[in-house]
Design a protein around this ligand. Structure first.
Ligand code: SF4
Length: 245
């Protein structure tokens, strides 16, 4: 089925968006899928976790982060006293690349409007990247070894993915009328708080990395509290990248 950016950005709910994913042929990954993996969790989640792409277990079950790395993610979420249904978990790609190969640029570009619309619909207080690959789809120049565990606020423009793939994270697309009004369409997007974590798969076989991941994860409630306190409101004059914690 031919699905346009306008179709995706015109959806008014996650279920409507998921329906489009189930019919999507915007890139070739639909040909090798077992199940659709659009995302799971609450439409009103305050925290949205974003990984790179579904793997084998996710493709079989139709849910992101359900393999061993996913079990660790679930443990980490539960360690905060939450459940998976309290947050939203998605990937940049909604269908699995065969044999877990790296996504191709054209696949990222084709799928990008789905993630964009998910973020718009959920409007999370905090976006948490699970691993450097997901983070670098948004901010190609950031290094996870330097920024993991440190929340930061940056403009969220939803620039076209090809500019990110060229290594340009300086924004753009702020005048895109598809950037819906709650984000200040035409005014350069909004400030969004992000946190980058190491991918749970990296921590599975590395005790010290697991400890680091847990330590970083434990900061999430504190970051949310800071956002809630509105001590971090955007005054329009903040630097592009601002460390919060
Ligand atoms: S990966 Fe994304 S763009 Fe490609 S077919 Fe699946 S939903 Fe469509």
């Amino acid at each position: 089925m031919k699905i346009t950016d306008k179709d995706i950005l015109g959806t008014d709910s996650l279920s409507a968006l998921n329906e489009l994913v189930s019919k999507c042929e915007r890139c070739s990954l639909f040909k090798t899928k077992t199940k659709d993996v659009p995302g799971v969790g609450s439409e009103t989640a305050r925290v949205m976790f974003i990984g790179e792409a579904p793997g084998k277990d996710e493709d079989l079950q139709g849910e992101p982060f359900v393999g061993r790395a996913g079990q660790l993610l679930t443990e980490l979420i539960e360690s905060l006293g939450w459940q998976r249904k309290d947050v939203y978990i998605a990937n940049v790609l909604k269908h699995r690349p065969p044999n877990n190969r790296d996504p191709k640029p054209e696949e990222i570009e084709a799928c990008w409007p789905y993630l964009k619309r998910q973020i718009q619909l959920i409007d999370p207080k905090l976006i948490v990247f699970l691993g450097r690959h997901a983070m670098n789809r948004f901010f190609p120049t950031l290094q996870i070894s330097k920024c993991h565990g440190n929340a930061f606020r940056k403009e969220l423009h939803f620039e076209e993915p090809d500019s990110r793939l060229r290594g340009n994270d300086k924004g753009g697309g702020g005048n895109d009328p598809r950037t819906i009004s709650r984000y200040g369409a035409g005014k350069g997007g909004r400030k969004q708080v992000f946190l980058a974590l190491y991918h749970p798969a990296v921590a599975l076989y590395n005790g010290s990395m697991k400890e680091t991941l847990q330590t970083d994860f434990n900061k999430i409630p504190k970051i949310l509290a800071k956002i809630d306190e509105e001590k971090l409101n955007n005054n329009g004059n903040q630097p592009k990248q601002q460390k919060l914690i």
